[in-house]
Design a protein around this ligand. Structure first.
Ligand code: HH2
Length: 261
């Protein structure tokens, strides 16, 4: 899954139309580099990021989703808002990626009314404050339980298992220790019987482990995503698709190689 951010600060050339065009161009590059899914988002969920109003978020993502869906791309919309979900699904998005796991009023219904896939992510707290004091008795068990409950809620609302992906939400209300425990025990989430997505690209845990600034965490991100794949992740959400594709080509070749052949 390639990340396509349509926020004013994502692309340097400014201007609203410029932002949409730059995002489309960027998305097509990610596709060329081997992305299977393009994850289009109009609101940053970085710790402390300012919230974006519904109309503004729709204005940002819709032209990008329309253009990509018209080209036959598999598009995911990264949003917590049911209104944005509905607009994106009408415009041809095939997946909703929700860091709130469809907990906003109306979100569950928006996805249930469609045939789209959904990514249910775990987050402790709210984006504005989630990193202030994350606390768990047992992070892996609590995240597993939360995701299991959300899968059940989705199924009860008519969203079949085959449409569901789960995600521990690295960095969303988690300390380095929590993130590492979740990565090491990612297979516990795989036991829920739906594919697991891992999103570690550029995240602060990579900075904490390497001392590198956000724009310089490419190699650390590849290593972290391979660790996630080794522990059962089936989807990875990344900024650098080309690098991840290369890493996965090697990984898959090693894994598929039969002993003695
Ligand atoms: N992380 C971010 C946004 N959306 N979705 C899923 N499923 N999993 C994630 O880990 C995840 C996500 C982080 O968002 P942000 O900090 O806004 O930056 P970017 O979108 O560039 O990753």
């Amino acid at each position: 899954m390639g990340i396509v951010n349509v926020t004013p600060d994502s692309f340097s050339d400014g201007g609203r139309l410029g932002d949409a065009q730059a995002a489309i161009w960027h998305a097509l590059k990610l596709l060329e580099a081997g992305a299977d899914i393009l994850d289009v988002g109009g609101e940053s969920t970085r710790p402390g990021a300012a919230a974006v109003l519904v109309d503004e978020e729709i204005r940002r993502v819709l032209p990008v989703i329309e253009a990509l869906a018209a080209r036959g791309c598999v598009v995911s919309v990264d949003t917590m808002k049911p209104e944005v979900m509905r607009a994106a699904l009408d415009a041809g998005a095939a997946m909703v990626n929700d860091v709130m796991a469809l907990r906003a009023p109306g979100a569950l219904e928006a996805v249930a009314a469609s045939e789209a896939a959904v990514c249910l992510m775990h987050m402790q707290g709210e984006p504005q404050s989630m990193q202030q004091a994350p606390a768990y008795v047992d992070a892996v068990e609590e995240v597993r339980q939360f995701l299991q409950d959300r899968v059940q809620v989705c199924e009860a609302a008519g969203i079949g298992r085959e449409r569901i992906v789960i995600d521990p939400g690295f960095g969303f209300g988690k300390t380095l220790k929590h993130n590492l425990a979740l990565l090491r025990h990612l297979n516990r989430l795989g036991e829920l019987g739906v594919p697991v997505l891992a999103g570690l690209s550029r995240k602060s845990m990579l900075g904490a482990l390497t001392g590198r600034a956000v724009d310089d965490r490419e190699f650390a991100g590849i290593a972290a995503h391979l660790a996630a794949v080794a522990h059962g992740a089936r989807l990875v959400r990344v900024h650098n698709v080309a690098a991840m594709r290369d890493a996965l080509a090697i990984w898959n070749a090693v894994e598929e190689q039969q002993d003695g052949t």
